[in-house]
Design a protein around this ligand. Structure first.
Ligand code: BG6
Length: 301
């Protein structure tokens, strides 16, 4: 019997720009354009890698990452939808929604010489988890930046509300030499202080567990990585909240899939609609949450 990757290659592959293979125990799409490549798992529509040749890997991925294990892989860009964090009223429902551990289907693959593109659709809706009707699509476009766009369309007859995130795990050289800029002056909900609202006028440095939902954020955040000599820039649309998370030592031990010293090599900067930033969609309305990531090295920093 043909494997999933063989079937998808027969139907969709776009030459050298997009092809499918079995990797990490599941099926992934490889995108390649000149000096840039990316890997996207069909499980969770989760980007696992963005590799610009000039700067090296941008995303952090757990060393024990396995697809098909019934839970989301830690690392890359998990899609949290249709709720961010715990379910607002029902503690038994999975954290960060239900689409990150399930398979998505391939809707479209394209390449035009400058960009490689894949669109994935989520169809595995479960009334018991979420009693609404929607069409959900995640588009990944690889050019000189990596663009990820998550579009929700209300296909039902009643409005619904959602929170969500593109939960980006950035790879850094050493967390001790990292500075996150662009969120100074925004209030944040401190998830480590029972949701207390705080503010800081300084760039963020991380030397302990951090779990913050920044509110009313601008559309650009930069992660200065002194050890790697690069800046990772994230620009966004459709988002007015940004989550900054690092589990540090004790929580990493509890999570069990961070790898040894993983917390020193990553920081999550999550493009979100979370906290007060709730999206409500009327029937027929849609919303797109998107990010563009690029790594700047040398004079471009
Ligand atoms: C972050 C949350 O977005 O995700 C944290 O702010 C949470 O509170 C983290 O611990 C990881 O969540 P999970 O479900 O992937 O372990």
């Amino acid at each position: 019997m043909a494997r999933d990757a063989d079937k998808l290659n027969a139907r969709f592959a776009a030459g050298d720009a997009v092809w499918f293979e079995e990797r990490l125990g599941g099926c992934v799409a490889n995108l390649r354009m000149a000096d840039y490549s990316a890997v996207v798992a069909l499980q969770g529509a989760q980007v696992l890698s963005f590799f610009p040749r000039g700067s090296g890997e941008v995303l952090w991925l757990s060393p024990v990452a396995r697809l098909g294990a019934g839970k989301a892989v830690r690392g890359g860009i998990p899609v949290c939808w249709p709720w961010f964090g715990p379910h607002p009223h029902e503690a038994s429902k999975p954290a960060h929604g239900f689409v990150r551990a399930r398979n998505w289907s391939v809707a479209e693959v394209a390449s035009d010489g400058d960009e490689a593109r894949i669109a994935l659709a989520f169809e595995d809706f479960d009334e018991a988890l979420w009693p609404h009707k929607a069409a959900l699509q995640l588009e990944v476009i690889l050019g000189e930046t990596l663009r990820v766009a998550l579009t929700t369309l209300n296909t039902g007859v009643a409005p619904f509300s959602l929170t969500q995130a593109l939960h980006t795990y950035l790879r850094v050289g050493d967390i001790a030499h990292v500075r996150v800029e662009g969120l100074e002056g925004s209030h944040y909900i401190d998830q480590l202080q029972a949701g207390r609202v705080c503010e800081s006028s300084r760039p963020i440095v991380i030397d302990a567990e951090v779990d913050r939902i920044y509110q009313d954020t601008a559309d650009r955040v930069c992660v200065h990585d002194g050890a790697e000599g690069r800046v990772i820039e994230i620009t966004t649309t459709g988002s007015r909240s940004t989550v900054v998370w690092n589990p540090w030592i004790e929580k990493s031990a509890r999570l069990g899939d961070m790898g040894e010293d993983g917390y020193r090599r990553m920081v999550c900067v999550e493009t979100a609609n979370a906290g007060r930033d709730v999206i409500t969609l009327e029937p027929g309305a849609h919303h797109t949450l998107s990010l563009d990531i690029r790594a700047l090295v040398g004079d471009r920093r």
